[in-house]
Design a protein around this ligand. Structure first.
Ligand SMILES: Nc1nc2c(ncn2[C@@H]2O[C@H](COP(=O)(O)OP(=O)(O)O)[C@@H](O)[C@H]2O)c(=O)[nH]1
Ligand SMILES: [Mg+2]
Length: 144
């Protein structure tokens, strides 16, 4: 699939997901700036939390092939406005993280609905900590 850009609020699990997708030890590290890796662009949560940074996300999207809206299922409120995907001219997927912390079907469904409303065309459900859904996402993104 080429390069994927992770977008989502601080703490939703973007950096941990990067580590899980690359078989790295899970190690907390605050993302202070945009991190460019071979197959992933990891963005700081502030870029999503502050509307003034939307433009920076948009510019950075030029360097990726697909955008992933990352949402933590324990968070009841989605940060993505409806049709958020329309600001990108690239395919947009949704990734629901921390599914190990959400055993009720309703919070997962809610997360799924908000990501679809934001314009995600395909939804993945993962736990980086329990290694659930990671292989499927890895395959789909063609991460080696
Ligand atoms: N239980 C659980 N915790 C997670 C998972 N993914 C991330 N976390 C935790 O959530 C916190 C924020 O993760 P981080 O990847 O830094 O979020 P980011 O700000 O989006 O990059 C860290 O304490 C992680 O250990 C997961 O799948 N399950
Ligand atoms: Mg981070």
């Amino acid at each position: 699939m080429g390069k994927v850009m992770f977008v989502g609020r601080t703490g939703c699990g973007k950096t941990t997901l990067y580590q899980a997708l690359h078989n790295q030890a899970i190690d907390y590290k605050k993302t202070q700036a945009i991190d460019f890796f071979e197959d992933v662009i990891d963005t700081p949560g502030e870029y999503m939390e502050n509307v003034r940074y939307y433009r920076a996300l948009n510019v950075t999207a030029a360097d990726c092939d697909i955008i992933a809206l990352v949402h933590d299922c324990t968070n009841e409120i989605s940060i993505f406005p409806p049709e958020f995907s329309s600001m990108f001219s690239k395919p947009v997927i949704g990734i629901i993280t921390k599914i190990d912390l959400c055993d009720d079907e309703e919070s997962i469904k809610k997360a799924e609905r908000s990501l679809l409303d934001a314009g995600a065309k395909k939804i993945f459900k993962v736990s980086s900590v329990k290694n659930e859904g990671i292989e499927e996402l890895k395959k789909w993104l063609n991460i080696k």
